[in-house]
Design a protein around this ligand. Structure first.
Ligand code: GLU
Length: 305
């Protein structure tokens, strides 16, 4: 698909003027200082060809994109037993909302809202002595970049201000849906969110989902073909906050976003991709990134549908 480089050039030209529109996430102090007008995008096809534009090699805080990797890793540990503790429905509420937890007895709606990711992190805390290292190593394997790590300053910044996430964790613990000490789970969760990656490495790291669950760079099976399908379905229905319906309509591929301004996605059988621009629309998704993805599936004629 040699045409992808030309498509990315066109998208950068069209979308660059939007970079900086919207708001950079303020509630984690270390994120608030990121320059808002940056824009990068990368597409990696399953034969390893990289197409990239703009600031595609500038590392950023992956934030909630880590929820895709932690879910995958937890799923490899406990399989379907996970669904006794986390649902699979869109939440219809903000990613950090507490309201549903009360009526739904501490079972979060899905693994991509914060409460759900905290339960997923709890699974990793039970399974691994060092859950933060386990996830970093997992992402290194998926991307093929052995130098990836989390940013301690971002992790500390989030740890200092994680009042809402702590509240959720305590609440779920009161329902028996958190098995490890709240501080341990929050610590691992914040470090996972603080992993720094660039668009190229992220596009490479999600490519196993496009490749039926097999890491295309090593041949290692990460999850079964059926699990890759199910993880992708969750991305499509729950991966972009409360805008997942709109995303399916506008973009039409499985995506996962983060408040650092990154959005990953993939087209089954073809490619992994990532776009990054730090300023967010009200839903929490990157404003320029969302437009870029919509243009990508429109210009290439590639989507699920
Ligand atoms: N670390 C962020 C939080 O827990 C992640 C939010 C996100 O990217 O959606 O609030």
């Amino acid at each position: 698909m040699g045409g992808y480089s030309t498509v990315l050039e066109q998208i950068e030209e069209e979308t660059r003027p939007l970079a900086g529109r919207g708001e950079v996430a303020q509630y984690i102090p270390e994120l608030a200082g990121v320059r808002a007008d940056q824009f990068g995008m990368a597409v990696v096809t399953l034969d390893g060809t990289v197409h990239a534009c703009g600031e595609a090699r500038v590392p950023f805080s992956i934030q909630s994109i880590s929820k895709l990797f932690s879910l995958t890793l937890a799923f490899t540990c406990v399989g379907d037993a996970l669904w006794q503790r986390v649902g699979r429905e869109p939440s219809g509420t903000a990613f950090n909302s507490l309201v549903q937890l009360e009526t739904e007895k501490g079972i979060p709606r899905n693994p991509f809202i914060n409460a759900g990711a905290l339960v997923v992190t709890d699974v990793l805390c039970t399974r691994f002595v060092n859950p933060e290292t386990a996830l970093v190593e997992f992402v290194r394997r998926l991307s093929g970049n052995a130098t990836l790590d989390y940013d301690l300053r971002v992790a500390r910044s989030e740890l200092d201000t994680a009042f809402r996430n702590r509240a959720m964790a305590h609440f779920m613990r009161s329902f028996g849906n958190l098995h490890n000490p709240v501080d341990d789970v929050i610590d691992a969760y914040c470090r996972h969110c603080a992993i720094r990656m660039d668009c190229v490495d992220l596009a490479r790291a999600v490519a196993f989902l496009a490749n039926g669950g097999v890491n295309p760079w090593t041949g290692e099976r990460i999850v079964s073909e059926s699990s890759a399908k199910r993880l992708s379905a969750l991305m499509l229905t729950c991966g972009t906050y409360d805008a997942a319906g709109d995303f399916a309509y506008r973009v039409g591929i499985p995506c996962k976003s983060g408040v650092g301004g990154g959005i990953v996605g993939h087209i089954p059988g073809e490619l992994g991709l990532c776009v990054w621009s730090p300023a967010l629309e009200a839903t929490g998704n990157s404003l320029a990134g969302s437009v870029a993805l919509e243009r990508f599936t429109t210009l290439t004629g590639r989507s699920l549908f």
